[in-house]
Design a protein around this ligand. Structure first.
Ligand code: PMP
Length: 406
C-alpha cells in the first residue's frame, strides 16, 4: 500500500461494508422524483403516521422546564422506571434498574450490545432474510455473522433443527426479530418453544431479541417475547425494543433494552465513548409514549392491516408473483421467481430480483427493495407504510408492467 498518498484509506473494519442498499435505492428513487418523475417509493421503514400530540407536548414541556442538559448516561431514572413498567405491564418481565438501558435508537442498542460482547471470530447466528443492519453491526464489532437461510416453507422462521446445526463452540448470540423486517413473519409461542429447548441445551449461546414491531401485529396473532416463555434464559437474554415504530417516532431516536446487569454495564461503557446520553428532550417524550394512553394503537394497527390485505391480494393476483400474508410489521416479502427469465418490452432479460426491482423503478416508477439486500434473492420487499391511494396506484403499475413481460 502506498502510504505517501493523502487519499482516504478506510479502516479494515468498514472496508467491505457499503452504504445500505435500501438507502441507495431510496436515494436513486428520490433523485428521479426530484427530476419530475412520478415515482412511488415503497422502501421506507417508518410509519407514515405522525407522532401523537401528547408525546410532542411532553417534549415541548421538557424544553420549557430546561431539561436540555446531559442526563444520566443510559437514561434518566424516570425513563428507566417507565421502561421497567412497560416490560412488566406488556411483557410480564421484571427488570431491576441496572438491567435496563436507553440509547439513540434500537440500532444503537444492538450496536452497543455487539461492541460490548464480541471478540474477533465470535459468531452470531442470524436467520435470513433479515434486516440489513444486523450483518454489518456484527462485522463492525469484530464478530462473524452466520446466516441461516429460512425460506417461505417455514414462514421465513428459524427451525430448531436449523438452529441446532448452526451452533458451534464460537457461537455468542442468536439474534431473532419478530415480527420481522423484511418478511413481516412473527414467532408465536409454538414457534419459540422448540428454539428455547435448543438454547437450553447450549448454555453458552445468548439470545438477543429485537421486538421493535411488537405493537404492529394483525388478526388473532398473539405477540410474545421469548424471555416471558423461558425465565431460565434471563442471565443470557437481551430484549430489545424502541419507540420508533409503535409511536411513529423514528426521528426522535430512542431505543431501549432489558438484560443482565453485566451486559447492560458493558453497553454503557460503549455508549459513554460514542454518543453519551440519548437526547434529554427525546427521553421526556419517550416517557410520555410508554406511560401514556395506548388507545390509538388499535386504529393504526387496523389501518396497517387493511393495507397489508390490499397489497397481499394485489400481489397474488399477478401471475408469477406469490406473497405470504404476514402476521406483523408493515412489510410484504413476495417472490418474483416466477418472472425470472422473462423479457421486458425493452428487450432486457429479468435474471434476478435486483433486475426486477431496477426495471420496475425505471419503467413503472415504483421503488421496492430486492430480497437479495436482505439475504434472500428471488424476492422483493414492499413497505406498505404509505397511503392506500399510493399503494393502489403502485400495485396497478406493477401489475401492468408485469403483464408486458414476454
Ligand atoms: N430493528 C428492526 C428490525 C428495524 O426494522 C429497525 C428500523 N428499521 C430497527 C431495529 C431500528 O430502529 P430504531 O433505531 O429507529 O429504534
Amino acid at each position: 500500500m502506498d502510504i505517501s498518498t493523502t487519499a482516504f484509506r478506510p479502516a479494515r473494519r468498514i472496508e467491505d461494508l457499503g452504504v445500505s442498499e435500501i438507502l441507495q435505492i431510496t436515494a436513486r428513487a428520490s433523485a428521479l422524483k426530484c427530476a419530475g418523475r412520478p415515482v412511488i417509493i415503497l422502501g421506507a421503514g417508518e410509519p407514515d403516521f405522525d407522532t401523537p400530540d401528547h408525546i410532542k407536548e411532553a417534549a415541548i414541556a421538557a424544553i420549557r422546564r430546561g431539561e436540555t442538559k446531559y442526563t444520566a448516561l443510559d437514561g434518566t431514572p424516570e425513563l428507566k422506571r417507565a421502561i421497567r413498567d412497560k416490560f412488566r405491564r406488556e411483557n410480564g418481565l421484571d427488570f431491576a434498574a441496572d438491567e435496563v438501558t436507553a440509547s439513540a435508537g434500537a440500532k444503537q442498542i444492538l450496536y452497543n450490545a455487539m461492541m460490548a460482547s464480541l471478540n474477533e471470530g465470535d459468531e452470531v447466528i442470524i436467520p435470513t432474510p433479515c434486516w440489513t443492519s444486523y450483518f454489518d453491526i456484527v462485522r463492525i464489532s469484530g464478530g462473524t455473522p452466520v446466516a441461516v437461510p429460512c425460506g417461505a416453507d417455514s414462514g421465513f422462521r428459524l427451525t430448531a433443527e436449523a438452529l441446532e446445526a448452526a451452533i458451534t463452540p464460537r457461537t455468542r448470540w442468536l439474534l431473532l426479530n419478530s415480527p420481522s423486517n423484511p418478511t413481516g413473519s412473527a414467532y408465536g409461542e409454538d414457534d419459540y418453544r422448540p428454539l428455547i429447548e435448543v438454547l437450553e441445551r447450549h448454555p453458552h449461546v445468548w439470545l438477543m431479541v429485537d421486538d421493535m414491531y411488537e405493537h404492529i401485529v394483525y388478526d388473532d396473532f398473539r405477540f410474545v417475547t421469548p424471555l416471558a416463555l423461558a425465565p431460565s434464559l434471563k442471565p443470557r437474554c437481551l430484549t430489545v425494543n424502541g419507540v420508533s415504530k409503535a409511536y411513529a417516532m423514528t426521528g426522535w431516536r430512542l431505543g431501549y433494552a432489558g438484560g443482565p446487569a453485566p451486559l447492560i454495564a458493558g453497553m454503557a461503557v460503549v455508549q459513554s465513548q460514542s454518543t453519551s446520553c440519548p437526547s434529554s428532550v427525546t427521553q421526556a417524550a419517550a416517557i410520555a409514549a410508554l406511560d401514556g394512553p395506548q388507545d390509538f394503537l388499535p386504529a393504526r394497527r387496523d389501518s396497517f392491516a387493511a393495507r397489508r390485505n390490499l397489497v397481499v391480494d394485489a400481489l397474488n393476483a399477478i401471475p408469477g408473483v406469490t406473497c405470504r400474508r404476514p402476521e406483523g410489521a408493515f412489510y410484504t416479502f413476495a417472490s418474483c421467481e416466477g418472472l425470472l427469465g422473462r423479457i421486458t418490452p425493452e428487450g432486457q432479460r429479468i435474471d434476478s430480483d435486483r433486475d426486477f426491482c431496477a426495471w420496475l423503478l425505471e419503467s413503472a416508477n415504483v421503488a421496492m427493495v430486492p430480497g437479495a439486500a436482505f439475504g434472500l434473492p428471488g424476492y422483493f420487499r414492499i413497505s406498505y407504510a404509505t397511503s392506500e391511494a399510493e399503494l393502489k396506484e403502485a400495485l396497478a403499475r406493477i401489475a401492468t408492467a408485469c403483464a408486458t413481460l414476454d
